[in-house]
Structure formats: structure tokens, C-alpha cells
Design a protein around this ligand. Structure first.
Ligand code: NAD
Length: 538
């Protein structure tokens, strides 16, 4: 493994000086930081310091919100939503398309900030910007298809006109994680805005600046400022007051928190979508293109240092290709460029925090102590960055090891040999999660058939995760403990609407007519039902 920044010297020392640090001059010029942090709705006077995982340098002080601030955020959002719900779809679409362009125009600044704040490699920061732009364009272009009222069949055709309307829920609360700080903070909110809602969002404390840059771009695109209100603070303090005031909650994060949120939403009788954790498998079948599978496995396992909900942590490889695959996978992993910095050449950056590093170390140490073999990596690398952990491949992992069934959410993957495909599918389906899977095979048709047996919300064939995640027209989300509801596609926007049926009765009513007896009316209706069935009506 080569390290792009092998020197132990920090990339930035102490407070940033825009005069001398080109990165600070570009993104973290104090006026820009102040402009971003001003967007947090906060009256507490309290702030939380934010540092960069690249080198521990201070980035900003984030104002913290109180329960009262949350109440004010919802009051503002609710007032803004009333006017917004009356705006024509064309106006909303135009704003989304402007956001698409703004994201592409401001790319260098966006990528710098994501990398400084999360530590991830620039190429993975780019994936986020791409995902936001794709989501904005998709919902702008498909607004009419997903939101226009539809005519439905009435009780008696012709006599009843039925319109199925999509009415905005009102104010949507979004609680997002740190791992994809731009796209997780804003992409789920774009269909909410498109459908006529306002949003109150509480991004993760570790990546507030990126989320605030997202909010700034949303306003720049022409959405009214109070339509997207940002609060900041611990989820366990602000979560409940948000849920109490929301008409719908969109949550992305851990399964443990998802369950707490689901219970609170049930108390309020409001809907929620929960995008949660995973322990995602790849299956490499005997007819796989081994080189392609090894290349995909590296991206699937180590993108954003494995801190990706759809990341691969388990690989099941057919006996016939096992040795060749392992050799290629290990070689490609060892050839990765490791580093902490802003350039495009880095393949993997550091983890975001000490907690994340502790988990990766604990999982690998536990596995090794119980007999697992390390085929690549296995070590922390403080010489690269404080929370760096090498991309790690384990063999011989068994059920008593912590990393067998628990999500590491780091750059650690276990590799298993299989002899029988049915057994491989059963092992892939083992456990509580069901987020993402992939199958490598040169027989696409067979792989698609096998995919139906995999209990995951997305299955990629001959790709690790990007094909399914990037297919914005199709739903994405988890089965079992990986979540509830779906982002993207029609489901990704319909979750933010209430279905309303408006039935207009014409000429004669459905009930008894013209002094008809109840019995005669029943006979007429029975005859009508028989005729309608004969005519093939629904
Ligand atoms: P987390 O659940 O601890 O935190 C996520 C968010 O929830 C943060 O904003 C946090 O402040 C907030 N939060 C925490 N406790 C809360 C509470 N009691 N009430 C309301 N909000 C609360 O998750 P994390 O560990 O920071 O994130 C990593 C997890 O997220 C991993 O399990 C990962 O798989 C999952 N994830 C899933 C997806 C997906 O799309 N399925 C995407 C990204 C991350």
C-alpha cells in the first residue's frame, strides 16, 4: 500500500490562516465559515468545536440549538410551506434544475469542504456531488409523472369521476448521518421540496459545515430560506422535539437509533422512512470475470474507508475462482494509494473519528485473537492521519468473532469460500440486515434470477453498489433491520405526500335512486357487478 502523505507532519497546523493555506483560502475563509454557521437556528450562545479528521485542525465553532429553537424552526418552516404548496410544479422544478447547475459549478469548493470535514478521499466526495445533481435533475424532470393528479375508476364507470391527488405532508424532519455529509443531508429533502413540503433538518454534529453549504446552495437555487431550516445539536436531545412537530420523518443512520425513532413516530402516528445499517455481501460465482470482480470488490469494500451504508463487509467466493480472486483482490488492495489530503490521487482517506477507528481496531483484534488471518492491512496508520486504518481483508472469520455479523462501518472485509451456490445465498442472507448485495457472474440472466433469492433492497450485478445507488428512477432502501421505506424513484417522493381521493358523483347517486326500493336497488347493483366483471373491469 502506498501512502500519499507518509509524513507525520500535519497538513494544517493550528487555526487556519487564509493568507498561507491555499485550502483555507479556498473554502475556510472565516467570512465563509461565519456565513455558513449563521444558518443554524440557534439562540443558545453555545457552540461546539469542529475539527478536521485529516489532521485534527480546527474548522469552525458550530452554534447549538435548543428545544425552543427547534420549535421556532418548525414555526418558520410551517409558515413558508403554506405559500410554497401553492407554487406551480414548473417553478419548483426550475429551482431544482438551478441547484443541479450550482452543485456542478461549485464543485471544487464542495469537494474541498467534504474532504476537510469528513476526511474522505476526494473521488468519494465527488460521488456525493454527483448523487445530489442526479437527484435534483431526476425529481425536477419527473415532477409531473410522480405528482400530477390521476384519474381512477369509479364505483360505476362514467357516473363517478375519481381524482387521486398527491397532497404535501407539510413539514418533513430530516435526521442525517456524517458519512456522506452532503448527499445524506440534502438529497432526501429534494423530493420533499418538490412535493410541496418544507424541511427542518438536523445533520450529524461532525459534518455540519457541509450540510450548511448544502442549505446555502438550496437557497441560492431559489428556494425560500425558511423552507429549509437547519438546527444543530445531539440527536437524543433534538430528535424528540423534531418528531413531535413533524408530519413525516426521514432518518438515515444506525439501526439502533432507527428503532428509537420508529417508536416515537408511532406515538405521533406519523410516517417515517428509515435508511439503516448493513452487513452487505458480494457473491463471486464460478463463472465471474475475476479481474472485474476484484476491481469492484476494492471499490465496494473501501470507498470512503468502508463508511458507506452499502459497503461490502462479506465476500463469498466460489471454490473454482477463490485462489485467483483472492490473489487479485489482495494485490489491488495493496496497490491502493492511502492518504489524507485534497488531491484526486488518493484512493482511501482516514476514518472520521476516534470512535470509528476504535471499532475497526476492536473488530480486527478480536478476529485475529480468535484465529482469523489478515490477508491485507490490519493496522492503524497514525503516520498518515490520526484515525487512519488500513484497508483490511480477513480470512477464516467464524460466527464467534464480532465482525462476523456486526457492521464494522470501516475498511474491513471478511472473505469466505463456497462450494454450492444455494449455500452461498443462504449465508449471504444470514443475519439481521438486508441493505445491499452484489453478484459477479458472466451470465447476467442467471445472476438476475439468483438476485431474487437475496434478501436485500438493492442487488448489483457485476458492480459493488454504484449501479443500484445511482439508479435514481428505482427505489433504494433496506429489507429487515436495514430499514423501512425507500428513497429514490416514485417511492422516494410519494413518501412525502398524502394520497387524497376526490370522487365526484354525476347524474345519479350511487345509493338508491328514484324512489327505488332497497331490494330493487340491491338487484340493480348485483346485475351491474356481474356485467362489469364480464366486461373485464377492475
Ligand atoms: P447514528 O444513528 O448514531 O446517528 C445518525 C443521526 O441520528 C445523527 O444525526 C445523530 O445525531 C442522530 N441521532 C442519534 N441519536 C438520536 C436519537 N435518539 N434521536 C434522534 N436522532 C438521533 O448513526 P451513525 O453511527 O452516526 O451513522 C452510521 C450508521 O448509519 C451506520 O450504521 C450506517 O450503516 C448507517 N447509514 C445508513 C445509510 C442508508 O442509506 N441505509 C446511509 C448512511 C449511513
Amino acid at each position: 500500500m502506498s501512502a500519499s502523505n507518509p509524513s507525520p507532519e500535519p497538513l494544517v497546523e493550528g487555526p487556519r490562516d487564509p493568507e498561507h493555506d491555499p485550502r483555507a483560502a479556498y473554502v475556510l475563509e472565516p467570512a465563509h465559515v461565519a456565513r455558513l454557521t449563521d444558518r443554524v437556528l440557534s439562540t443558545t450562545g453555545r457552540t461546539l468545536p469542529l475539527t478536521s479528521p485529516l489532521d485534527g485542525a480546527p474548522l469552525a465553532h458550530i452554534p447549538q440549538s435548543s428545544t425552543e429553537d427547534v420549535a421556532e424552526a418548525y414555526a418558520r418552516a410551517r409558515a413558508a410551506q403554506k405559500a410554497w404548496a401553492r407554487t406551480p410544479l414548473e417553478q419548483r422544478s426550475a429551482a431544482l434544475l438551478r441547484l443541479h447547475d450550482i452543485v456542478l459549478d461549485r464543485l471544487p469548493e464542495i469537494l474541498d469542504l467534504i474532504t476537510l470535514e469528513s476526511g474522505k478521499a476526494r473521488k468519494h466526495a465527488y460521488d456525493e456531488a454527483l448523487h445530489v445533481a442526479l437527484t435534483a435533475r431526476y425529481y425536477a424532470r419527473k415532477a409531473h409523472q410522480h405528482l400530477d393528479s390521476r384519474r381512477r375508476a369509479g364505483v360505476i364507470p362514467v357516473l363517478t369521476r375519481v381524482d387521486h391527488n398527491r397532497v404535501p405532508k407539510g413539514v418533513v424532519g430530516i435526521i442525517s448521518p456524517w458519512n456522506y455529509p452532503l448527499t445524506m443531508a440534502i438529497s432526501d429533502g429534494l423530493p420533499a421540496l418538490m412535493a410541496g413540503n418544507a424541511v427542518v433538518t438536523k445533520p450529524d454534529a461532525q459534518t455540519m459545515l457541509t450540510a450548511l453549504l448544502g442549505a446555502e446552495m438550496i437557497e441560492q437555487a431559489g428556494f425560500p430560506r425558511d423552507l429549509w431550516v437547519v438546527v444543530a445539536g445531539p440527536g437524543r436531545e433534538l430528535g424528540t422535539p423534531m418528531i413531535e412537530r413533524s408530519d413525516y420523518i426521514c432518518f438515515t443512520g444506525s439501526t439502533a437509533t432507527g428503532k428509537i425513532i420508529a417508536k416515537q413516530c408511532a406515538e405521533q402516528l406519523i410516517g417515517c422512512s428509515l435508511e439503516l445499517g448493513g452487513k452487505n455481501p458480494i457473491l463471486v460465482l464460478r463463472d465471474a470475470d475475476v479481474e472485474k470482480a476484484a476491481e469492484g470488490a476494492v471499490r465496494a469494500s473501501f470507498s470512503n474507508a468502508g463508511q458507506l451504508c452499502v459497503s461490502t463487509e462479506r465476500m463469498f467466493v466460489a471454490d473454482q475462482v477463490y485462489d485467483r480472486f483472492v490473489e487479485r483482490f489482495v494485490a489491488r488492495t495493496e496497490a491502493m494509494s492511502l492518504g489524507a489530503g485534497l488531491d484526486w490521487e488518493i484512493d482511501m482517506g482516514p476514518l472520521i473519528s476516534e470512535d470509528q477507528l476504535d471499532t475497526a481496531v476492536a473488530h480486527v483484534d478480536d478476529a485475529v485473537a480468535k484465529g482469523a488471518r489478515v490477508l491485507a492491512g490490519g493496522n492503524a496508520r497514525p503516520d498518515i492521519a490520526p484515525y487512519f486504518f488500513e484497508p483490511t481483508i480477513l480470512e477464516g472469520v467464524t460466527p464467534e468473532m464480532t465482525c462476523f455479523g456486526n457492521e464494522t462501518f470501516g475498511p474491513v472485509v471478511s472473505i469466505y469460500r463456497f462450494h454450492d451456490e444455494a449455500d452461498a445465498i443462504a449465508r449471504a442472507n444470514d443475519g439481521e440486515y438486508g441493505l445491499n448485495a452484489s453478484i459477479y457472474s458472466q451470465d447476467g440472466k442467471r445472476a438476475r434470477e439468483l438476485a431474487k433469492q437475496v434478501k436485500c433492497g438493492t442487488v448489483n450485478i457485476n458492480e459493488g453498489f454504484a449501479s443500484a445507488f445511482g439508479s435514481i428512477d428505482s427505489p433504494m432502501g433496506g429489507m429487515r433491520e436495514s430499514g423501512m421505506g425507500r428513497r429514490q424513484g416514485a417511492e422516494g417522493i410519494h413518501r412525502y405526500t398524502e394520497s387524497q381521493t376526490v370522487a365526484t358523483q354525476r347524474v345519479i347517486k350511487v345509493a338508491q335512486n328514484f324512489g327505488m326500493s332497497a331490494e330493487a336497488h340491491a338487484k340493480l347493483m348485483t346485475l351491474s357487478l356481474r356485467v362489469l366483471k364480464k366486461l373485464g373491469r377492475a
